[in-house]
Design a protein around this ligand. Structure first.
Ligand SMILES: O=[N+]([O-])c1ccc(O[C@@H]2O[C@@H](CO)[C@H](O)[C@H]2O)cc1
Length: 741
């Protein structure tokens, strides 16, 4: 059985009084190699593991590691979350005062819409600094089970909100920046924290039509694996040196991922060279139990833990491994060498985090609550929200001109949102600024009524009775609604992509008043907003996702023009009919007899809004300045690549210097601009993707009449296509570079 959060919190309070770090200066290990900071992490970890009895080793395979009291090794809790701020069942916020809150950033789906890798690195840096401050107060750990970088494949997925979106290139670039921010520079003597790329692999369905994440067997072709499901994980392992991976609940092509040596050994460690002794794999929580039941991959509990450990799962989120490894050893299913290897990985990781070293030598060990929720962090949370909001429709009403005589009607379940601003996996935010709160800070009249909240006919229920007079008294109507974690969540996929009947009724009634009207669509998954797009009485549509602690302010600032929108949809907005056209369990990307295809690359229907959609308060023009010739010889590209120092040919630069695109603001309003560069053409295996994102760059505050240069670094990998066997190949053919269309 899965443990409940309530039980987990009880465990935490039981361990709170114990020592935080091993005492290498006067504890029992002081003369051992583990305490010699001049020795290599590998030698140090090996020396510690050699001192453990078999029972002590087995006890260390669960996420709530009890430590070894006789050796002065304190307990360590491996399960910490950090999706968009520190969080998790074991992160302990105090009731008041210091350590009672931290910075809560937008959900990744909103930050993904910013297409700003520098922002992502800055956000991740703040999260890791706040994590260190909380760790120094014994309130959280040093490793964090974030990011979630399964591509947002199907619009129904309840956890798509946790990801930066649907495109594998975007995810790979985003996660590279994020890991650098979380872990710090690889040349630093200590890692700031360890990040964990999850859920490896093929996990993007919770509970759909009788298919549960715990037993689902994802059937994925080799081509789709290499092209779509694995690039973000490759970016973590091979290109970003992430400290940890998490295997997922599901199986891939018949094998539960936590017991799959092909995924965990052949691809992850051998093919991607993820071979540092300090890099470990954890299971998702109780996923090893699922290897036995419901997957029935292993015939007994003991076989399941042995199969998982031998395949390369070094840690069990839960206690299944420590509970059943004694039996596995008794039955001769596993040997101590593989257990030692798992523990060496765990302890090498803690060594790289400075767990065994004197605190005074470590800058991160000096951080405290004065480093949490600083003014700069609060501003960054606001900026992340403002950068991620996307303008989808505007007939010219926005930016809204307001003055003290303006009366604004604010309606919808999200207008006074609090925790909903955060989505899921959140800690305690510094504050929660709803759109209503933000509107009330302006010198205007605000008429607020939620109006919804019941599935009954809103035009006759109590809600509508309060909306009607408030709307009548307003010059402008803002309706903020959509979906929340009541509808899209862990263990909950959506069944419909439509706004609900009551929501559409309310939107229609409000629009019927003939007043200037703005709709703000909230939530991580997209709703089919065509009724709003097609309603001429609705002037503007924005999408805000889950914008975090300052999300309401960011929304109101964009509406009123204090900030200019430049976010782009990081996913396709499909028509609601999409759910009838392909089952969630169909993992294929390309269109076929039972699928219209997935994502902007392959979907053969008409999207309501395409991936990359996003309007501005001005207009931009783009022209390629420098860097492209009319033809390239593939063998020359490959031989230049071979002469470079690059180990992996797909990372070789396509052109010696970045391709430069000049972006000119041809309007008057100063604005950021996200340059999206796509490749298109008929080359490689058919069918051909409509286009593929190969580079992006956000440019900042380009004033009216001015230009800026986007420097696009294309790689040979970005030109390659993947064949049926999963090989990445450079094919001859006609290629076009599209900027932003
Ligand atoms: O037992 N519980 O309370 C519990 C709670 C959450 C949970 O979800 C899993 O735990 C997260 C660990 O990082 C993974 O992202 C998610 O798939 C799994 C189990």
């Amino acid at each position: 059985m899965l443990r409940s959060y309530a039980q987990l919190v009880t465990l935490l309070s039981a361990t709170k009084a114990l020592a935080l770090f091993p005492d290498c200066s006067s504890g029992p290990l002081k003369n051992e190699t583990i305490c010699d900071s001049s020795a290599t992490p590998l030698d140090r970890a090996k020396s510690l593991v050699a001192l453990y009895t078999l029972e002590e080793k087995i006890n260390a395979t669960g996420s709530t590691s009890p430590g070894v009291h006789r050796l002065g090794i304190p307990p360590y809790e491996w399960w910490n979350e950090g999706l968009h701020g520190i969080a998790g069942p074991f992160t302990n916020f105090s009731d008041s005062g210091d350590y009672s809150y931290s910075t809560s950033f937008p959900q990744p789906i909103t930050m993904g819409a910013a297409f700003d890798d520098q922002l992502i690195k800055a956000v991740a840096t703040v999260i890791s600094i706040e994590a260190r401050a909380f760790n120094n107060a014994n309130r959280t750990g040093l490793d964090f089970w974030t990011p979630n970088i399964n591509p947002f494949r199907d619009p129904r997925w309840g956890r798509g909100q946790e990801t930066p979106g649907e495109d594998p290139y975007h995810l790979s670039s985003y996660v590279h920046a994020l890991i650098a921010g979380l872990q710090g520079d690889s040349s630093d003597p200590y890692k700031r924290v360890v990040a964990t790329c999850k859920h490896y692999a093929g996990y993007d369905m919770e509970n759909w039509n009788g298919n549960f994440r715990y037993q689902f067997d994802a059937q994925i072709s080799q081509q789709d694996l290499v092209e779509y499901y694995l690039p973000s994980f490759q970016s973590c392992a091979r290109d970003s040196n992430v400290g940890a991976f998490m295997c997922s609940y599901n199986a891939v092509n018949g094998v539960p991922t936590c017991a799959d040596p092909y995924l965990l050994q052949t691809i992850l460690r051998e093919h991607w060279g993820w071979t540092n002794e300090e890099q470990w794999v954890t299971s998702d929580c109780d996923a090893i139990q699922n290897v036995f039941l419901p997957h029935q991959w292993s015939s007994t509990r003991e076989q399941a833990v042995a199969d998982s450990l031998i395949a390369g799962t070094d840690l069990d989120c839960g206690s299944y491994m420590p509970n059943h490894l004694p039996g596995a050893f008794a039955q001769g299913l596993v040997n101590e060498t593989v257990l030692d290897q798992a523990l060496v990985r765990q302890y090498s990781s803690l060594i790289r985090l400075g767990w065994f070293d004197a605190p005074e030598k470590q800058p991160y060990r000096q951080l405290d609550f004065s480093d949490v929720a600083t003014n700069a962090s609060q501003q960054l949370a606001y900026r992340a929200a403002a950068e991620g909001i996307v303008l989808l429709k505007n007939d010219g009403l926005l930016p809204l001109t307001i003055d003290s005589s303006t009366s604004v009607g604010l309606f919808g379940e999200w207008a006074n949102a609090t925790d909903d601003l955060l989505g899921n996996y959140y800690g305690v935010a510094t504050y929660l600024h709803s759109p209503l709160w933000a509107a009330e800070q302006l010198n205007i009249t605000v008429n607020y009524a939620s109006g919804l909240g019941s599935s009954s006919d809103p035009t006759t229920n109590f809600g509508w009775m309060s909306v009607w007079p408030a709307a009548a008294a307003s010059d402008v109507i803002i309706f903020i609604s959509g979906i929340t974690n009541d509808i899209e969540a862990e263990e909950k996929d959506r069944v419909s992509l439509s706004w609900t009947g009551p929501q559409l009724d309310m939107i229609g009634q409000l629009a019927g008043l003939g007043k200037p009207m703005i709709v703000v669509q909230m939530g991580g998954g997209q709703l089919d907003s065509s009724p709003i797009v097609n309603n001429p009485n609705i002037s503007a549509l924005l999408w805000g996702g889950y914008p975090g602690q300052d999300g309401g302010v960011a929304i109101m600032d964009i509406i009123t023009g204090k900030a200019a929108p430049a976010g782009r949809l990081p996913l396709t907005q499909y028509p609601s009919s999409y759910t009838n056209e392909v089952p969630m369990t169909d993992m294929s990307l390309r269109p076929g007899p039972t699928s219209p295809g997935r994502t902007y690359k392959w979907y053969n229907g008409t999207a309501v809004f395409e991936f990359g959609s996003g309007l501005h308060y001005t207009n931009f023009s783009a022209s390629v300045n420098r860097g492209l010739e009319s033809s390239y010889d593939i063998s020359e590209l490959m031989s230049t690549c071979k002469q470079s120092n690059e180990t992996y040919p797909d990372r070789c630069a396509f052109t010696p210097s970045p391709i430069q695109v000049e972006i000119t603001n041809i309007g008057t309003t100063s604005s950021d601009y996200v340059t999206l560069a796509y490749l298109t053409g008929s080359f490689g295996p058919a069918p051909y993707p409509k286009k593929s994102l190969v580079a992006y760059q956000r440019l900042f505050s380009i004033s009216g009449g001015s230009s800026d240069i986007a420097a696009l670094n294309l790689t040979l990998g970005s030109l390659a296509r993947v064949d049926m066997k999963g090989n990445k190949v450079l094919y001859p053919g006609e290629y076009s570079l599209l900027i932003d269309n």
